[in-house]
Design a protein around this ligand. Structure first.
Ligand code: ADP
Length: 171
């Protein structure tokens, strides 16, 4: 009986580097959590965006804290192709956030490539609330590095860690 239920669960993967997780990521995640039975945040260990500011462990911890109120969301470290990771976890969809036209070209290419690799895994694009369309982790890191107020962009736990990170690097 349980098996039959699991077979029908709609599982989605939300991949990214989350260095660190922001309210933009969380907005997308909340929307995905209403559409799917289970959402796995797949933290890319090999995102190509290295070196990252936070270690995998730190990023993992910050995501865990941030998703504590989302009961059908979990986080895993992921290596390799996201479509392979999706298949491995019986996911039917890859979630991507679309902020602006600047995201489109890359996301479009990646979605079509992933479709070629695994036609049954569907890429789903979700748009955040318009107040987050300008937000990305790089800008947040930059503002934090100059001591700017980042409390409206990231959860409190992330803000604390960013402040610590940059006060250590200065001290
Ligand atoms: P970034 O460094 O661009 O913030 P990630 O690799 O962590 O990115 O992003 C993972 C996914 O989350 C991507 O699909 C990205 O487009 C999306 N994303 C990131 N920030 C936002 C945001 N503010 N609004 C919507 N989607 C976002």
């Amino acid at each position: 009986m349980k098996k039959a239920r699991e077979d029908t669960l709609k599982i989605a993967i939300y991949p990214g580097s989350f260095d660190p997780i922001t309210y933009g990521h969380l907005d997308v995640l909340e929307r995905a959590a209403t559409l799917f039975d289970r959402v796995i945040v797949a933290m890319a260990a090999n995102s190509g965006k290295e070196p990252s500011l936070f270690t995998l462990k730190e990023r993992h911890e910050m995501i865990l804290e941030a998703i504590s109120n989302l009961h059908n969301v979990e986080v895993m470290d992921a290596m390799g192709l996201m479509v392979d990771f999706a298949k491995e976890h019986d996911a039917i969809a890859l979630i991507r956030g679309l902020r602006a036209i600047s995201d489109f070209e890359y996301e479009f290419q990646m979605a079509l490539m992933n479709r070629k690799l695994h036609p049954r895994v569907i890429t789903v694009f979700l748009m955040p609330h318009d107040s987050y369309t300008y937000l990305n982790s790089t800008i947040v890191r930059e503002v934090a590095s100059f001591g700017g107020d980042i409390s409206q962009f990231v959860p409190p736990g992330v803000a604390v860690r960013l402040t610590e990170k940059f006060s250590k690097s200065k001290g």
